[in-house]
Design a protein around this ligand. Structure first.
Ligand code: COA
Length: 709
């Protein structure tokens, strides 16, 4: 394998070949050449077609090898069965990047041919984008090698899309919305170049101010996480959510596995990276447009100005949904707005100018908000009334932008008939963020704030911690279980893993008979718990293999016999190794901590509210691992139940530091021991500050090889 070519050759190619350039204007191979020419590409264009001749007045080469000089990019647009030969010819010629438009590879089940073309390219030091793409557009080199629209506006937004059809339509849509693109990249089957490769370039690309991504599946999640973190510390990244199947979750063997099988992992990891999630294309485009045109807020105080109470209340609801903080210094609000709010209006936030508010009132209120240094953003609303002259309002607002843009972020939402719609259209035409739906307006403000907070957080560095874990002991336990053909650890083995990691468990001993059970119970001190130990019985409670709160010798003897009887009855052929006798723990806050190996992102840790209702309550958060203490704390704080740890309702604060340690240790175990696929402590009992955590029940699953989840 040769070194990878410099990615600048992809973004600023000097020579491009189109393999499969067609003489027929109805074919993709013709339209691509046409688009490259029409968008003003200044480099050299070499159409390749066995017939030779001319296409769009360009001389045609019969073979790529016939082109004199270097070729940076080859666009391949011929039927899939000929692609391998074309790739080989390009690699032999020393082409640096091949954009393979052709469909008919892994997306239809032909993984073999796709692998073949990738290894052929790699041998020749060439990289592949696609196959199954619509091409790419780069504004700085006026390079439109797509079969999409030619009407693209150059600007500051780069779009990376896994879906081709969506990408093509986005080119048209962005033009209609007056959104300028720095680039549009279709990744198709991602056989070689993926979003991380493009991000690496786009992070430092000055012409790209915002990155928008449509992602369906992630292959190399660890690298993507690193690059997204880097990217968001420099510019906003907006990702459109694509659903993740719940099927995997149904088959999962643990709570961690089943909770992690949903969209939750992807969503939380995007949050971890400071990426803004959009629910729809429209939301993403609105967000891109708003962020690129708006100044950054200088603080968290937002004010709603309205002429309708109902609309104001709806906006307040939307502010809660999109985490926009409403300014509530009532004295300051009174000082700022009392001159414009009539006695029957309200100076509280939302500031209600009432239904009789005129153009002048709006202007005074907006000016007052802009002049107050403690008000950082403004949400301006209007319902159509006889006093609310929509056309004049549009002019007044445009006036705010006529010299230079206002120094503070504003959004507008107006609701009413045809004149209001005209007002919105005329504002939008000059890139002023006006919407008829209040939620659309506030969602833009929410995105701006998300970006503001991400940037603030990105500047704080979080040191990853080295955890002291006895790895060789864990290796021995895991090897033994795998050697016995097991893909889970028995409870006493899991206990040893916890001991190796220094996670406290209740004292526990394995008793082989009654006498031992009593001896251990007395050593530990009553009350104790008894649990069957058998590799054939995983769900101990279901088999009647658990007895809790045993207060004395007699209760231990009785429970021992009952457990053996129940388990023999439930599973007559089970080999029972004995019964564990363990300390009964003090009950406290029951949380759950876990780590799971995600197919896309590798080790992922989880924290949440624990106990038997964990799936129903679903109050959990995930993070890609490794991560430092601050990030773990942030993950904990994301759960609703985190308040329980901080000392809700007058209770003492719990030992959050020990929870952070436990989560970090679980992640470390998974990161260091490839064969472990899932660890879950449920419940993880959390005691008062300084008293640590306790892991009464640990479940550890081992990987079944490449097929394992
Ligand atoms: N080198 C150079 N040119 C070649 C060639 C080769 N090895 N083999 C064929 N050609 C020429 C053909 O002669 C033809 O030119 P002509 O029209 O002047 O005769 C041109 O390349 C195209 O080949 P053709 O066989 O006509 O294919 P096509 O245009 O019907 O289809 C694809 C080719 C790539 C468009 C088609 O196979 C395909 O995959 N379509 C789906 C594309 C898609 O949707 N991608 C994903 C988007 S999201």
């Amino acid at each position: 394998m040769t070194d990878k070519p410099d990615i600048t050759s992809l973004f600023e190619p000097r020579t491009v070949a189109v393999v499969g350039a067609s003489h027929n204007p109805e074919k993709i191979g013709y339209k691509i050449v046409e688009n490259i020419i029409a968008c003003g590409y200044a480099g050299r264009i070499c159409p390749i077609n066995p017939e030779g001749g001319e296409i769009l007045k360009l001389p045609v080469y019969k073979n790529v090898g016939d082109v004199d000089g270097e070729i940076d990019v080859a666009v391949i647009t011929i039927p899939s069965k000929y692609v391998y030969d074309a790739v080989k010819a390009c690699a032999d010629k020393g082409v640096k990047y091949s954009l393979i438009i052709s469909s008919g590879f892994s997306e239809v089940g032909d993984y073999e041919s796709e692998k073949k073309i990738v290894s052929c390219a790699q041998e020749g030091g060439m990289r592949i984008i696609g196959p199954n793409i619509f091409g790419m557009y780069v504004a700085k080199s006026s390079f439109n090698a797509t079969f999409g629209t030619r009407d693209v506006r150059p600007g500051g937004i780069a779009i990376i899309t896994q879906s081709g059809a969506l990408g093509i339509s986005l080119m048209g849509k962005t033009a209609v919305m007056n959104i300028g693109l720095s680039g549009m990249f279709s990744l198709g089957n991602k056989s070689d170049v993926d979003e991380s490769d493009l991000l690496e370039y786009l992070i430092t690309d000055d012409s790209t101010r915002i990155i928008m991504m449509y992602v369906e599946g992630v292959k190399n999640g660890g690298r993507l996480v690193e690059l997204l973190k880097k990217a968001t510390s420099k510019k906003p990244v907006i990702v459109i959510k694509a659903g993740r199947s719940k099927r995997g979750a149904m088959a999962a063997a643990s709570h961690t596995g089943s909770l992690a099988g949903s969209d939750a992992v992807f969503s939380d990891i995007m949050k971890q990276c400071g990426v803004i999630r959009a629910e729809s294309i429209q939301e993403a485009l609105d967000a891109c447009k708003y962020i690129s045109n708006s100044p950054q807020p200088k603080g968290e105080n937002s004010v709603i100005i309205t002429n309708g109470g109902g609309m104001g209340v709806m906006a307040a609801d939307a502010c809660e949904k999109y985490s926009v903080n409403l300014y509530d210094n009532i004295e300051d609000l009174k000082r700022t707005f009392s001159k414009v709010v009539p006695a029957f209006g309200s100076v509280k936030n939302p500031v209600d100018l009432t239904g009789q508010a005129t153009l002048e009132n709006y202007k005074t209120a907006i000016d007052a908000a802009l002049a107050n240094k403690d008000i950082h953003t403004v949400i301006c609303l209007g319902c159509e009334t006889a006093f609310f002259d929509a056309s004049k309002i549009a002019e007044m607002i445009k006036g705010l932008y006529s010299n230079s843009k206002p120094a503070k972020p504003l959004v507008y939402s107006f609701f009413g008939g045809a004149r209001i719609e005209d007002c919105i259209t005329s504002l939008k035409a000059v890139d002023i963020p006006a919407f008829s739906d209040v939620y659309e307006a506030v969602s833009c403000m929410g995105v701006l704030y998300e970006n503001y907070r991400n940037t603030a957080y990105a500047t704080e560095s979080d040191q990853k911690e080295e955890q002291g874990i006895d790895d060789p002991s864990i290796d021995v336990i895991v090897k033994k279980a795998l050697g016995e053909g097991r893909h889970f650890l028995l409870s006493y083995e899991a206990e040893k893993v916890m001991a190796a990691a220094g996670i406290r468990m209740p004292k526990s001993f394995l008793a082989k008979d009654f006498d031992e059970a009593v001896k251990f119970a007395e050593k530990i001190g009553y009350p104790v718990a008894l649990k069957v130990v058998s590799k054939d019985i995983i769900h101990k409670s279901d088999a009647g293999g658990v007895a809790l709160n045993l207060e004395n010798r007699q209760e231990v003897l009785d429970a021992y016999q009952v457990i053996l009887y129940n388990c023999k009855k439930a599973k007559p052929d089970a080999v029972i190794e004995g019964v564990s006798v363990s300390e009964m723990m003090k009950k406290e806050i029951e949380t759950i901590a876990g780590a799971v190996r995600d197919k896309s992102f590798g080790p992922v840790v989880m924290y949440g509210l624990g106990g038997v209702y964990v799936e129903i309550l679903n109050d959990v958060a995930f993070r890609s691992f490794p991560l430092g203490r601050k990030d773990i704390l942030k993950m904990i704080n994301e759960t609703k139940s985190s308040q329980l740890l901080m000392g809700a309702r007058g209770e003492k604060r719990k030992d959050v530091g020990s929870v952070v340690d436990a989560v970090s240790k679980l992640g470390t175990i998974l990161a260091r021991h490839e064969e472990i696929s899932e660890i879950e402590i449920n419940p993880l009992m959390v005691y008062e500050d300084g008293q640590g955590v306790m892991a009464p029940d640990v479940r550890i699953l081992l990987s079944k090889g490449p097929e394992a989840k």
